[in-house]
Design a protein around this ligand. Sequence first.
Ligand SMILES: C[S@@+](CC[C@H](N)C(=O)[O-])C[C@H]1O[C@@H](n2cnc3c(N)ncnc32)[C@H](O)[C@@H]1O
Length: 335
Amino acid sequence: MGTSAEGRAPGGDGGLPGDRGAPAVPPVVLPESAVPGTDLPEPAPPETALPQADAPPIALPSVALPSVALTSLWTLHHRASAARRNPPLLHDPVAVALVDRCAWPLETWFGRPRSLPEQYLARRARLYDAAVAEFLRARPGATVIALGEGLETQFWRVGDGTAHWLSVDLPEVLDLRRAVLPHGRRQRAVGCSATDPRWAERAATEAPVLISAQGLLMYLSPAETTALVRLCAGHFPRGTLLFDTLPEWVAHRTARRFMTWGGTFRFPPLRATRRSSYLRTGPGRDRYTVTEHPIGPYVLGTCAAARPLHLAQRSRWVREVFLPTLVRLDPPAGR
Ligand SMILES: C[S@@+](CC[C@H](N)C(=O)[O-])C[C@H]1O[C@@H](n2cnc3c(N)ncnc32)[C@H](O)[C@@H]1O
């Protein structure tokens, strides 16, 4: 582990599922100019232009990625497909352009995008986007630290032209990210585990800070989750932390199989995060104001049972037991 150098090409001699000995990924140059607005109430100012339609396709990376890292391609696959829906579930032109250009057999690995994961990932991204955009509106020039960022394209959806961005992920994932989504001058990256204090030490002097961990905690053990919250609290006592948790049933094997229906990819074990593991931060629960938001509701088909199932999601009990949750930890007012 360690800090990865900006712009390094992917390396290694393995391969992604379904491809061995693929050519190295050619660098993709995204000019620093306009990007179409987002579907947020106040569209973000331009960050980066979409790749040109005639830009060269992106070949498979010649790097072996562990299955936990490949989950970032699963989210990209569904986010792009959610953005292609009519009407779109999410406005994400950079994800669409990336999937259009990449020669990766995403449907072979992950199956055809399915409605439920599409809705889940689009809603989750929109909730994160709204929270980050609100934070940046109140604090222009602030720093967003995206833990487990993978191939998330949020910088291009909500970046306000002043925000500083720090991507943290496993080194091999950041190599791929930089190859296909080159970073601009306000973007930096640290290749290490989210539980490694090095990324926090790198950004410790920056304020204000929002730390987001979209789609990450399900890959951490309860002890690692507690350690991560403690790490954030220790280095950024006035920072805001956003993360999401899964209910028990999604962590179950059957649900994992459904998530890549028809595809060759097998999800690594997923973990549900209990409230106790993120409130156990050391000195006491008064350290944070906790806000929880269900990620839903979902449209569960068009058959006769679908409407009652949709309505049932209004029940607080159903939401708490069955829906994933976005959690926001803020320092208590006045700190
Ligand atoms: C489901 S993907 C989510 C990617 C992105 N946040 C999104 O929502 O599209 C999970 C990401 O977490 C990363 N990850 C898993 N364990 C990690 C760890 N211990 N430290 C840093 N990143 C990790 C994976 O490499 C992957 O990029």
